[in-house]
Structures are given as structure tokens and as C-alpha cells.
Design a protein around this ligand. Structure first.
Ligand SMILES: [Zn+2]
Length: 88
């Protein structure tokens, strides 16, 4: 599958409030770091500096379980790869 491993029985369906990206994640929580805009790579920070605060902008929309995991994964990956550019 595209977002989660084959055979996943339970995952979370998230939508980012910043960029609108929707995705599935094995991590379950009320909020998550968005994979599209949340993880800003910061290579220049030194070991003595404070850790940058990573905003958790993606909110859990719903839990997905059982065979719906594969359905949701297919739907979402089609939205990404199937030529739907509305969200850009
Ligand atoms: Zn985002």
C-alpha cells in the first residue's frame, strides 16, 4: 500500500490544517506532525541549541480499521497519483 504497510489493521486518517494534506498513519493520536509541511529539516542547529518545536498540524479525522484501511489507502493514493490537482 501507499501510506501504511500491507496487512495494516488499524491506522489513523489525518488532515493537515496547514496544507490540507490527507494521509494515513500507523501512529494514533489527536494530532500528528504533517509529513508534507511539518517536518522541516534543520541541519544547521547545533547540539547546544534548543530543539526546534515541530508543530503538530495534522488532526485525526477518524480511525480506520480492518478492510477499510486498504480502501482508504487506495483512495488517498489515487488522489495523489491520479491526476487530481485541485488540492495543489
Ligand atoms: Zn501540512
Amino acid at each position: 500500500m501507499y501510506y501504511v504497510p500491507d496487512g495494516t489493521q488499524r491506522c489513523g486518517y489525518y488532515e493537515c490544517t496547514e496544507c490540507g494534506t490527507r494521509f494515513l498513519s500507523l501512529q494514533i493520536g489527536p494530532t500528528l506532525v504533517c509529513p508534507a509541511c511539518g517536518e522541516v529539516a534543520d541541519m544547521e542547529i547545533g547540539p547546544d541549541e534548543e530543539m526546534p518545536v515541530v508543530k503538530e498540524t495534522a488532526k485525526l479525522l477518524q480511525m480506520v480499521e480492518g478492510e477499510n484501511v486498504e480502501k482508504m489507502d487506495t483512495l488517498l493514493s489515487l488522489a495523489v497519483t491520479g491526476g487530481n490537482f485541485e488540492w495543489i
